[in-house]
Design a protein around this ligand. Structure first.
Ligand code: DP6
Length: 409
């Protein structure tokens, strides 16, 4: 006789910060030195999908990430999240005798990203948000997404912002136990649905310093980060919230670009310095400023049409409103040409006349090296985590009926 299986499958989105989290005041609880703010991107394009199952049948805890087993006990971030979710379920069971005692059962977790790790996108945010959300669904915890964000945070800081859709602030909080360091929604996706993101995945082979280590070196060695924490970010957070509520793209764009520059400045002020951006990244920065000036010269009422931001790597994320996205990409396609056998621009059709018009006002030279980008992802602001199934459903589950993963590498 097969024993009862409890299972849930969910997806969670990635988010790209417009005010960056960089620095921890508590490395154990993952408490930040400054608040941050991000845009959640559409799960229709990029997401992590996770299945969690408990059953008296399972002999041990196991976790598979993109088809490869991860040893849970060796990963502090995973144990932080899993132990806390189990403890929450146990408390519920202790307070309500009618609940099945599933907190003692072993757990199988299978998690896949729908984008290759080689795309260079931070996947830990979607991954830990999805793990937290799927365990909460499985264990039927009575916690809202703000409360869940404090748990996802202990897995990866930026993950706390992926528990909400739209425009999300991670308020750094003051308490030592971290209970007020959580993510809250500033505005829904529906409030400003025109917001689009173009992710330019830059060709680069350099091994980068991880965010976790990089930010700790910055806090330990950079005098400039103190200025950023105390005098730059608090005002930027307030101004950014206003910009979003007013759908004021000019302010949104300027704060976004300034904050990206401020973050990379504190990386350069780290000793020894950390450089995440490369020559292609810097060429994109120049092109964006030049593009904005050209559009203004051509009579645009906006000071900025497009904004760049860079995380802990060379890839650019361009924020742009829907009406301008195609033209921006058209100009990018001319300034950063692809070789004849490279089809990254092929799925787009550009209005070449309008592209020519903007280019004629720009002075940025064509980037001399072909194929600056590995991949281009065009996406938009999206919603928060989704529940795909609250029980075993073989069409949706990442696990087979026997609890083993469907796909292994
Ligand atoms: C540059 O969230 O990856 O993307 O908390 O150590 O897991 P850990 O760091 P992580 O750092 C993200 C840094 C960033 C900025 C941001 O997303 O706010």
């Amino acid at each position: 006789m097969s024993l009862k299986v409890y299972e849930a499958t969910c997806t969670a989105p990635i988010n790209i910060a417009v005010i960056k989290y960089w620095g921890k005041r508590d490395t154990k609880l993952n408490l930040p030195t400054n608040s941050s703010l991000s845009v959640t991107l559409s799960q229709d394009d990029l997401h992590t999908k996770t299945t969690c199952r408990v059953s008296p049948d399972l002999k041990d805890d196991h976790l598979w990430l993109n088809g490869k087993e991860e040893i849970i006990a060796q990963n502090k971030r995973l144990t932080n999240v899993i132990n806390e979710m189990r403890a929450q379920r146990k408390r519920m069971e202790e307070n309500d005798n009618s609940l099945p005692k599933i907190s003692d059962y072993n757990l199988h977790i299978c998690s896949n990203n729908n984008f290759p790790t080689a795309a260079g996108l931070a996947s830990s945010a979607a991954g830990f948000a999805c793990l937290t959300y799927t365990l909460a669904t499985l264990y039927q915890l009575q916690l809202d997404n703000v409360q869940l964000s404090t748990i996802a945070r202990t897995g990866s800081g930026s993950a706390c912002r992926s528990l909400q859709g739209g425009y999300v602030a991670w308020e750094m909080g003051e308490k030592e136990d971290g209970s007020d360091s959580h993510a809250i929604q500033v505005a829904t996706r529906e409030h400003w649905p025109e917001m689009q993101a173009i992710i330019l995945v830059v060709n680069d082979t350099k091994k980068k310093t991880s965010s976790t280590l990089g930010m700790q070196h910055t806090v330990a060695t950079s005098p400039l980060i103190q200025h950023r924490i105390k005098h730059v970010v608090p005002k930027a957070m307030e101004d950014m919230k206003k910009a979003i509520l007013n759908k004021d793209f000019d302010s949104f764009a300027e704060i976004t670009m300034r904050d990206s520059n401020s973050f990379h400045a504190v990386c350069a002020d780290t000793f020894p310095p950390i450089y995440y951006m490369n020559d292609i990244s810097r060429a994109i920065v120049n092109a964006v400023h030049d593009y904005n000036a050209a559009k203004a010269a051509l009579g645009s009422a906006q000071k900025y049409t497009v904004a760049y931001t860079f995380d802990a790597g060379p890839n650019a994320v361009l924020y742009v409103e829907k009406k301008d996205a195609n033209n921006v990409l058209g100009v990018i396609s001319r300034l950063f040409p692809a070789a004849a056998d490279n089809n990254i621009y092929e799925r787009f059709t550009f209005n070449e006349k309008e592209v020519d018009e903007v280019l004629a006002k720009m002075s940025t030279p064509v980037y001399q090296q072909m194929n600056a980008f590995k991949r281009i992802i065009d996406t938009k602001v999206g919603d928060g985590p989704r529940i795909l199934a609250k029980e075993f459903n073989e069409n949706v589950s990442l696990l087979k009926a026997n609890g083993e993963p469907k796909e292994l590498l």
